[in-house]
Design a protein around this ligand. Structure first.
Ligand code: MG
Length: 265
């Protein structure tokens, strides 16, 4: 466990200001943001404080809460336990409660079959490499390949191979590459959610390369929060999943106070 440190002062100020927005959207990535990164993806349990705060934020008037993840929506629902309480958007922003943003027709389904077969062929050659099949894509994971260089080679093979096929849309992450048959990203999901609720301010938390597309879609009044090190388009940064939880808890308190004081007497 990391020792807890104070939230950055500029982030605290931004969250306090956002809490007073007439309509607010609070969205977050899941893995590495709401839950620590673990080697077994099925054991990525969320920070309980973060989950409780996000759920309670979503229950407040004029406040919308969402998770936007690369995971299939059903898996995200099961891991987070938040289905029905907050908006869940899976498959990198392409899978909403109503379904996929583009239909998975026969052409896309057969392309997906070929992508899956190609990734399995690649993974077969390297112990520790795994393939995760999703409704609209497939992911090659090399996190558990012990020789890091061998993992890199595998990612390169895919980058120069099936990632280039027409109709295939690659997304890179930490020690993973995902190939989707639908063209979308988390930035698109933020736009859709923002419009749906007419949010004046949007807040987004994320830790990975794929989250940068969401950060880049935010305006100067919005609050983008990058978790951990690395280059980012986000305007704020926290050190850990614990600090995401702390931020959400602070936001909840401030939002409650702002809404309470705005009620007519
Ligand atoms: Mg993540």
């Amino acid at each position: 466990m990391t020792t807890s440190t104070e939230l950055p002062a500029d982030l605290q100020d931004a969250l306090l200001a956002a809490a007073r927005a007439p309509r607010l959207l609070v969205a977050s990535d899941y893995d590495g943001t709401m839950s620590p990164i673990v080697s077994d993806p099925a054991a990525a349990f969320p920070n309980p404080i973060a989950v409780a705060a996000l759920r309670d934020l979503g229950l407040l008037p004029d406040t919308s809460a969402a998770l936007i993840s690369g995971r299939p929506r059903a898996v995200l629902a099961q891991l987070s336990g938040l289905d029905g309480d907050v908006e869940l958007v899976g498959s990198h922003g392409s899978e909403f409660a109503e379904g996929f943003v583009q239909e998975i027709d026969a052409d896309r389904a057969s392309l997906l079959d070929r992508v899956v077969a190609d990734l399995y062929r690649a993974a077969e050659s390297e112990p520790g490499a795994t393939v995760e099949v999703k409704p609209a894509g497939a992911t090659l994971h090399v996190r558990n390949v012990t020789d890091e260089e061998r993992g890199d080679v595998l990612l390169d093979i895919v980058r120069m191979g099936s990632a280039q096929w027409p109709g295939v849309h690659p997304t890179e992450g930490k020690r993973v590459i995902e190939l989707s048959v639908i063209d979308t990203d988390k930035g698109y999901a933020v736009d859709v959610l923002r419009e749906r609720v007419g949010a004046d301010i949007a807040i987004f938390f994320g830790d990975d390369v794929t989250d940068e597309k969401a950060f880049r879609r935010l305006g100067s009044d919005d609050v983008g929060v990058k978790v951990g090190d690395g280059e980012t388009a986000a305007n704020y940064r926290v050190a850990s999943v614990d600090q995401v939880a702390e931020s959400l808890a602070l936001l909840l308190d401030e939002r409650r106070a702002a809404i309470g004081s705005a009620q007519p007497r």
